[in-house]
Design a protein around this ligand. Structure first.
Ligand code: XMP
Length: 507
């Protein structure tokens, strides 16, 4: 187990992520409230920080039980801290250094820089620099602008680096962390989804005790896996709420609710379709629709949550990328509530404590955890689906009739993908109902009916995406099925736009 002492750097979570990619478990603890018992930690990493070591209120933790006693790595502020308070000198640098740099002098410090060569790219983000190394330090590497980019303390397993090994742009960053954790600290690389499940369930038990938790299920992978972890930890004290906003896929409310019940979850299905459709009447602006759906969702969820007496916690299926997104979207680290961010955010007056068991995981890790929880592969493999659902796939205003047309079209498309073995090759797929009527001919009759667009994309995170080259035979059959079976549609088109410049959803 690795202890990461957090001094408030925006990259601290990434350190944990990289360490776990090495199959080594790590825990982040705030520097001002470190664990009392350090015996379980085999190595300690000090994070970066927005502070300068020279400022009055800079983090100044007591390392007397750590430094010289356990393998210790200081990153950026961490390295400056090891210098400044141990006989070195840290001063503002002449040039603030952000971004790319290359190692120019690399000396191997007992395997610490193994595999890192001259020229290896590293990522810098600091305005102070270490002018003079601390007592007993051995200089290990420089960059063009930074003399003391890496050092070790003689006779200790203490290392400091000015650059950030945890960011993607430090090419050999993961190798360096592996050198430190495996070669130097002697940690085993045996952290697995099973180990995550075990420790998370134990933590949840301890944190929540016998208090009640409310969780909004969406049918998606994240909220479902979060629910299963909590269920394992606190059983019936977990109260799940699954809201039908009337904008889900065909039969999804019933079938997913059924699946949840089979998983043993204490789940209440709330059919609020009419309430949503009513509120949406006449609204055709995409953002307007999103806002209405968000607001009504909160109202419905709030009503239901209040029926659970004495609930103390709100659980969310927030995963690591959501956090990055919501933090950057709001311009500061104060944004906390997120899972229903996709449809709004919860009101402050709910005053529930937040628990987010997946907040350190990435999507692929969530799926692996779900698999090890023996969850149904159909839930784990389900395509992403937007919170506002078909509401943003019906262009223009929304009516019950349009929803039902789009549900039929979508079902034919998705079932077809499954039948043809294409579903798992596609990252996300769906249909859009366009506000366009066009002329057609069926039998001997002129028709003047709706047009639908099919969309299937490949992506890893939804940030960029490309359309999928689906076989023509499949498109041909699907188009035929849709026009023959769905009353009100006489034309099908396939969307061949990438993101950017288009987006995945049309609204
Ligand atoms: P775009 O359309 O922005 O979509 O390329 C990227 C991914 O995000 C999903 N999406 C949403 N998800 N609430 C959500 O929960 C929303 O308002 C929303 N808008 C888009 C979209 O389905 C795709 O996976």
């Amino acid at each position: 187990n690795v202890l990461i002492l957090d001094f408030g750097s925006q990259y601290t979570q990434l350190i944990a992520r990289r360490v776990r990619e090495l199959n080594i478990y790590s825990e982040i603890k705030p520097y001002n409230n470190p664990p009392k018992d350090l015996s379980q930690y085999k190595a300690v990493i000090l994070s970066g920080s927005p502070f300068s070591v020279r400022s009055e209120n800079a983090p100044h933790p007591d390392l007397s039980e750590i430094k010289g006693k356990k393998p210790l790595l200081g990153i950026c502020y961490g390295a400056q801290y090891l210098s400044h308070f141990h006989g070195g000198n840290v001063a503002p640098s002449a040039t603030r250094e952000y971004g790319r740099a290359n190692l120019s002098y690399v000396k191997d410090g007992e395997g610490f820089l193994d595999g890192l060569n001259e020229g290896s790219q590293v990522w810098m983000s600091h305005s102070d620099t270490i002018k003079q190394l601390p007592e007993g330090a051995v200089h290990l590497a420089s960059t063009h602008d930074v003399e003391n980019a890496a050092f070790k303390i003689e006779g200790e397993q203490t290392y400091g680096i000015q650059f950030h090994p945890e960011v993607y742009h430090t090419t050999d960053g993961k190798k360096l962390l592996e050198n430190f954790l495996v070669n130097i600290a002697g940690l085993n690389q045996d952290w697995t989804p099973d180990a995550f499940i075990e420790t998370t369930v134990a933590e949840l038990k301890e944190k929540i005790g016998d208090e009640k938790v409310i969780l909004g299920l969406s049918g998606g992978v994240d909220s479902s896996v979060a629910a299963m972890l909590l269920h394992k930890a606190i059983g019936e004290h977990l109260h799940c709420i699954f809201v039908n906003n009337g904008l889900l896929r065909k039969n999804e409310f019933e079938s997913v609710l059924d699946q949840y019940k089979h998983m043993g979850l204490n789940v209440k299905g709330v059919d609020a379709s009419a309430r949503f459709l009513n509120a949406l009447k006449g609204e055709s602006d995409p953002e307007g629709k999103r806002k209405i759906i968000g607001r009504v969702f909160i109202e419905v969820f709030d009503d239901e949550a209040h029926k659970v007496e004495n609930a103390k916690w709100l659980a969310q299926g927030t995963i690591y990328p959501d956090r990055i997104e919501s933090v950057s979207a709001s311009g500061g680290p104060s944004a906390v509530i997120k899972s229903h961010h996709n449809v709004g955010g919860l009101p402050d007056y709910m005053k529930l404590k937040i628990v987010e068991p997946l907040h350190l995981l990435f999507k692929d890790e969530v799926r692996r955890v779900g698999k090890n929880l023996d969850m149904d592969p159909t839930i784990l493999g389900r395509h992403p689906f937007p919170g506002p659902g078909l509401g943003i796939r019906i262009l223009g205003d929304i009516t019950a009739e349009k929803v039902s047309i789009l549900q039929e079209v979508d079902a034919i498309f998705i079932e077809g993908l499954k039948k043809w073995g294409l579903y798992d090759k596609v990252w996300q797929a769906g249909a859009m109902l366009l506000p366009v009527n066009s002329v057609g001919v069926m039998g001997d009759e002129r028709t003047y009916e709706k047009c639908v667009a099919l969309r299937a994309v490949e992506s890893t995170d939804g940030m960029t995406a490309d359309w999928v080259n689906l076989p023509y035979e499949f498109l041909q059959k699907t188009s035929n099925d849709i026009i023959n079976k769905v009353k009100g549609v006489n034309r099908v088109v396939y969307d061949i736009s990438s993101k950017p410049p288009a987006t995945i959803e049309w609204e």
